[in-house]
Ligand binder design. Structure first.
Ligand SMILES: [Fe+2]
Length: 201
């Protein structure tokens, strides 16, 4: 990571995503157009400041990087310490997950006809540069784990809301739903707007 993170990448992503969201579209259309933007953002690992890439020894971290002024979307870095994982949880809004560093496994879940929550399909492994989508329309319940027991992994998530403030759910082993508002791990945002610090174009 250079001394000055390449914030231009994150600014470009945020600007292009805001333009997309300004244009009415179905969720499927929005996701298909947003996916390559996130893929471009995570294609190079030179822009995430170190403060937003730090694991915690006991729990995964979710650092808010940017929230849209109208809370139409948020961008979050998820930092997984060795072996860390989420509970089984849902989102209630669309989301895109782009792998920046390391790797993670996402196991989908769905309710069977008897109302039991069961793993659905094989886990999906995300490698750097990969992008995956979640949403109530696509399958919204999953559990995410760091694929490594000996190093940190980081993924960049974009959601169709201020995700840390959304009332959603985590699920117990029998599928019991428990209300969940994730919040964020950080109290300050990265200052990506001080253009005086950047080389003149
Ligand atoms: Fe998730």
């Amino acid at each position: 990571m250079p001394a000055q993170p390449n914030f231009a990448r994150l600014r470009q992503f945020i600007g292009e995503l805001a333009s997309l969201i300004d244009t009415p579209a179905t969720e499927a259309s929005l996701l298909s157009q947003a996916r390559p933007l996130l893929a471009e953002l995570v294609r190079q690992d030179d822009w995430l400041p170190d403060d937003f890439a730090q694991p915690h020894p006991e729990r995964y971290q979710q650092f808010l990087l940017h929230a849209d002024a109208r809370q139409r979307f948020s961008v979050v870095s998820f930092v997984w310490g060795p072996g860390q994982r989420t509970p089984v949880h849902d989102h209630r809004v669309w989301g895109l997950i782009g792998m920046l560093r390391g790797a993670e496994d996402s196991q989908g879940f769905a309710f069977d006809p008897a109302g039991r929550l069961r793993p659905q399909g094989a886990p999906v492994r995300l490698q750097p540069g990969d992008v995956e989508a979640v949403s109530p329309q696509l399958g919204d319940i999953h559990q995410v784990s760091n694929a490594f027991n000996d190093r940190t992994s980081i993924s960049i998530h974009v959601y169709g809301a201020n995700i840390g403030a959304v009332t959603r759910a985590v699920y117990g082993p029998e599928g019991q739903e428990k209300p969940f508002i994730s919040g964020y791990s950080n109290t300050h945002l990265p200052n990506i707007w001080d253009l005086s610090r950047e080389p003149l174009a």
